[in-house]
Each structure stands twice: as structure tokens, then as C-alpha cells.
Design a protein around this ligand. Structure first.
Ligand SMILES: [Zn+2]
Length: 348
């Protein structure tokens, strides 16, 4: 099969890789229908995360079940499935409480599972899925082609934006601020809006992203950054600050802004992988600001979000503004790296 390998910073290639096969009775093989490039893939692409040796990349995909192991109960050949960005058994104590991203048997795509067997990357033609019953969520019927981008968005960005809103304890009627206008931040806007927030403030400097934020339910857009942006939020909220803040970037500046615009008693929900973030615990203490979040347990939210997509209640697939055949994966990365695209969808 063809699969995407990252060799070094700015060096991704579609290459021949061994076809996956069922190794364990709990496995499934999925033929990828659509995959995408994630902002967190760019940490490797930009050289911010080291690459010791080439590895298969990609952790967001939807597809058709090609084959299942003898112990797989919930899936059969031909099912359309959504894969969360991590696999999990969905039966261990961490999974049962809803934090499948900390599954005691789970792991990431594109590397060996706990038995040393390859769980393929998502940006390829086929994927061996470990723990298929616990990992994959199927649509009851084969979805309309127009819904595939939105179902694909549930693999990571929409579930992650949703987690930011859950962690920030967004309630109906709240004033919510979303820091970050990448695909996750925009999904966070959609999540807060869907949860009934009255005011959703998107912090974004880019016109295309501002427009999409408004489509997703943002009532206000603030283009300023840093102290000017913080002052603008305070003005919008009558000097009080936000009831809930979604931090969807992962940098120190984004976290500082998020903490500064939170009203006393508010919680900052954070889902961006932290790079150089230091929490000012004394300030948080004196202002009663909470911080909650982490690696999004997308699997927990998948069934409900799938139903929201299928009913037409949400259309998170609008974050994709570039669609390419899989053999142009390198251009898909370059376009996101250069911010020519918000998010790239790849079709094998
Ligand atoms: Zn588990």
C-alpha cells in the first residue's frame, strides 16, 4: 500500500509500505476513505519535535472496514467508521470514566502498539486498527458523500474543540472566549455555540478564519493580540471577563491571554499541546482561575457528535479548505505550514 512517511523536517513522502493484516483477534483493517493533516503533525514538519528515524504519520481518518478479527463484535466488513486520534479498549478504568486518551492499553497511530505490532499511520491507504471494538465508531448507514468531511473532523479537531468547551465548563448563556483560530479553535467556537453560549468571542487576525468563526457561531471577533486583545475582551464583557475560556493553541502567549481574559471563578479549558507554557499559580490562586483539560478523549464524544453531524446540527467539515489526492500529501503539509490552508483533507 501507499502510506505517508515523515523523514525529516519539511520532508514527507508517500511511499510503498507493507499491506497491513490482522495480527490479533481484536484487530480490524480499515481502507481509508479520507484523512487529513493536523496542526500537531506540523510540530514534526517544522522541526519543533525531533524525528529520530522516518515514521508513518497521520492520525485522523475515516474509512471502510475491510476485515475484522475473530473477537470483534461491533463491526463488520463494509461498515463506515470514524477513528479517533488514539486507539483505546474502551473497557479499562480510565476509558470507563471517559478519558479514553489515557487508556491503559491504548496508543497513537503510526507506531508499534503495546505488543510491538504496527498501528499504521492515518495518511495512507490502509490501517491496522488495534482494539477495534473500543476504538472505531461506525455510522449506522453509509454516509452521504457530502458528510464525509464533517465525520472526518470528528477524528480530532471537533472532538478536541468540544473537549476544550467541556473542560472550560461552558454553560448555556455564558460569555465564552476562544483563543486560537486554527481548526481546533474554530471547532471550539462551534462547540461553545452548540452548548448554548450566549456570546462567543473568537480571537483571530485572519479574515477567512474570522468568517468561518462567525459561520460556526462566533458573535464577536477580536483581531488584536496580547494586551490589546485582552483589553478588548474586558471591554466587551463590561470589565468582568469571560465565564469560560478555550485555549486552543498551546503556546505561552495563548495561555497568558486565556488566563487574563477569564473572570474570577472561570476555568480555562486547554487542549493545545503545551510548548513552553508556564502557569502563574499565584495569579490563578488570587483570582480563583481554574485550568483544566489535556489530551482530548475524542472517543468519549464521538457517538454524540456523529449523531449531530448526521442530523445536520453541526457541520465541522467546513474547516477543510483544501482537498488533495493522497499523492500530493507534501503540498498538503506545505499549504498548512505556510497558512495558505486552514486544514488539508487527503483522499487516497
Ligand atoms: Zn482503556
Amino acid at each position: 500500500m501507499k502510506a505517508t512517511m515523515i523523514h525529516a523536517a519539511r520532508d514527507v513522502r508517500l511511499e510503498d509500505q507493507p499491506d497491513p493484516s490482522i495480527h490479533k483477534p481484536t484487530d480490524a483493517i480499515v481502507k481509508v476513505v479520507a484523512a487529513c493533516v493536523c496542526g500537531s503533525d506540523l510540530w514534526f514538519y517544522r522541526g519543533d519535535n525531533p524525528i529520530k528515524k522516518p515514521f508513518p504519520i497521520g492520525h485522523e481518518f475515516v474509512g471502510i472496514v475491510e476485515e475484522v478479527g475473530s473477537d470483534v463484535r461491533s463491526l463488520r466488513k463494509g461498515d463506515f467508521v470514524i477513528a479517533p486520534f488514539m486507539y483505546s479498549d474502551n473497557t479499562c478504568p480510565h476509558c470507563l470514566i471517559g478519558i479514553q486518551s489515557a487508556c491503559s492499553k491504548g496508543g497513537f497511530w503510526g507506531g508499534p502498539d503495546r505488543d510491538g505490532l504496527m498501528a499504521d499511520g492515518g495518511q495512507g491507504e490502509y490501517v491496522r486498527v488495534p482494539l477495534a471494538d473500543g476504538t472505531l465508531v461506525s455510522t449506522r448507514e453509509s454516509p452521504d458523500a457530502a458528510m464525509i468531511p464533517s465525520l472526518l473532523a470528528l477524528s480530532d479537531v471537533m472532538g478536541t474543540g468540544w473537549h476544550a468547551a467541556v473542560a472550560a465548563r461552558v454553560r448555556e448563556g455564558d460569555n465564552v472566549v476562544v483563543v486560537g483560530d486554527g481548526a481546533v479553535g474554530l471547532s471550539g467556537v462551534l462547540a461553545a455555540s452548540r452548548m448554548g453560549a450566549e456570546r462567543v468571542v473568537a480571537m483571530s487576525r485572519h479574515e477567512a478564519r474570522q468568517q468561518l468563526a462567525r459561520t460556526f457561531g462566533a458573535t464577536d471577533v477580536i483581531a488584536e493580540r496580547g494586551e490589546a486583545g485582552e483589553a478588548a475582551v474586558l471591554e466587551l464583557t463590561g470589565g468582568v471577563g469571560a465565564d469560560a475560556v478555550l485555549e486552543c493553541v498551546g503556546t505561552g502567549q495563548a495561555m497568558n491571554t486565556a488566563l487574563a481574559v477569564a473572570r474570577p471563578g472561570a476555568t480555562v479549558g486547554y487542549v493545545g499541546v503545551p510548548h513552553g507554557v508556564e502557569l502563574p499559580v499565584r495569579t490563578m490562586f488570587s483570582r480563583n482561575i481554574g485550568v483544566a483539560g489535556g489530551v482530548a478523549p475524542v472517543r468519549q464524544y464521538l457517538p454524540a457528535l456523529r449523531d449531530d453531524v448526521l442530523s445536520g446540527a453541526i457541520e465541522p467539515g467546513r474547516v477543510f479548505d483544501l482537498e488533495l489526492p493522497l499523492d500530493q500529501v507534501a503540498e498538503g503539509y506545505a499549504a498548512m505550514d505556510e497558512r495558505r490552508a486552514i486544514k488539508t483533507m487527503l483522499r487516497p
